[in-house]
Design a protein around this ligand. Structure first.
Ligand code: 0GZ
Length: 308
């Protein structure tokens, strides 16, 4: 049975602009997704949206067009805890993609090991209420202990308004923790005001990392996303050793507009303003998290134990 995408679904940009910004050699698109295709990898019954298809072939074509060397593919909620589309994409990447999966408490050790062999290095937990049926507190505590043994990390996605309530729970987690989309700040507020200060406090825990992603999702002024720049710059400059960046292709659930992925790449030098910051954001940091065996850094460094 073919899937019909949501009536208000915005499709990804089929003809992005060639970016003016030349990515450093070895750059990693550290947050992107695959959707289906639905006839091969059905969307989950519990999903909160039905997207258009976005296959591994299309993702890897975008990677090459924009000038990235590698991808980190993050399981999207429309696939629930069925990681087959993700694993298929990882297996077809010739080692150029690693993954972040979604698992349930019932996952077996054999299943975790199979995900590891396919290239998964983290699990994602979603605290954005519009995307899940139940908040994953109990499951997360239990799963965190198990995946810590594999050297994996946890990716969390939450709304800024909820940070205060979740702060202790998050900072008690035993692994490196990567926060999606800068904790979704309200960018109409001050980037140096009390709300974003609380997010900065979270990142002062040195096992925390941040994706300085999604200007298109956070912006209220629209392209070229001027209102997001001070937030992302603050984080990149304060924590240069624990920030990563990704396109978020194929951009689930956008309602106002679909970004041109080439323009998103051109946003990078506005938030990482020196070559040194750009190299950390795009190469050194994601390599430490996702391909630590290829870096000079030790595992303790990947666990965030070095000061950034
Ligand atoms: O996994 C997803 O469904 C998802 C959704 C959103 C969003 O709707 O904000 O953003 C993401 O990065 C990923």
């Amino acid at each position: 049975m073919p899937f019909t995408k949501d009536a208000d679904w915005l499709d990804w940009c089929a003809k992005p602009t060639k970016p003016k910004f030349q990515l450093p050699a070895g750059a990693v698109d550290a947050h992107c997704h695959v959707f289906g295709p639905g006839h091969l990898f059905p969307f989950a019954p519990e999903r909160k949206y039905t997207p258009c298809d976005a296959s591994w072939e299309q993702l890897f074509a975008l990677r090459d067009f924009l000038g990235f060397a590698r991808n980190v593919i993050v399981q999207a909620t429309c696939h629930g805890a069925d990681n087959r589309a993700l694993v298929d994409a990882l297996e077809r990447s010739n080692g150029r993609a690693r993954g972040v999966a979604t698992v349930k408490r019932s996952v077996t050790d054999d299943e975790l090991h199979a995900l590891h062999a396919a290239g998964v290095r983290g699990v994602r937990f979603n605290f954005v209420k519009r995307l899940v049926d139940a908040l994953p507190f109990d499951g997360l505590t239990e799963i965190a202990e198990r995946i810590a043994k594999l050297g994996w990390h946890i990716v969390i996605y939450f709304e800024a308004d909820d940070l205060k309530a979740y702060f202790k729970f998050f900072t008690d987690l035993p692994t490196p923790v990567v926060v999606d989309h800068m904790g979704r700040p309200d960018v109409s507020k001050d980037a140096f005001g009390p709300d974003f200060d609380m997010f900065v406090k979270l990142l002062e825990y040195d096992n925390f990392w941040c994706k300085t992603t999604c200007p298109e999702r956070l912006s209220q002024s629209g392209p070229p996303y001027d209102d997001v720049v001070p937030f992302a710059r603050r984080i990149v400059e304060a924590f240069p050793g624990r920030v990563i960046w990704g396109t978020d292709w194929p951009h689930p659930n956008l309602k106002s507009h679909m970004p041109d992925d080439g323009h998103l790449v051109d946003f990078i030098p506005r938030i990482a303003t020196t070559e040194s910051l750009q190299k950390k954001l795009l190469v050194t940091n994601p390599m430490r998290l996702y391909w630590p065996e290829e870096t000079m850094s030790s595992r303790s460094e990947a666990l965030g134990q070095l000061k950034s």
